[in-house]
Design a protein. Sequence first.
Length: 118
Amino acid sequence: MLEDIFTINMLYDFYGNLLPQRQREFVRLYREENWSLSEIAEEFGLTRQGVYDSVRKAEKALYEYESKLKLMERFRKTEQALRNIDRALTQLIEQSGEDTALAVQLRRIKNTADALGE
């Protein structure tokens, strides 16, 4: 269940702006602001079922965007590649000795890679 919530939140970050305004607002309130379906329904003068259907439709659309565009998949691969690069650079720095010109250059590269991961 937590994985589903995390995935929906990530998909919303990538594709939320592609949703219609009302669906985007419902998902934001439900997922990010932790409003209940009843609270959203009351705020917008709708039924709880109507809000539920809208949120589910929006979430389905987010998954469909990912299946076509693969932005989250690429993001995760890039994150993993940066972690691997960071580990390799750390090992190379340790092996090269602290004060060598190579270690200084490797630390610069590592700092650049770290900045990309932030």
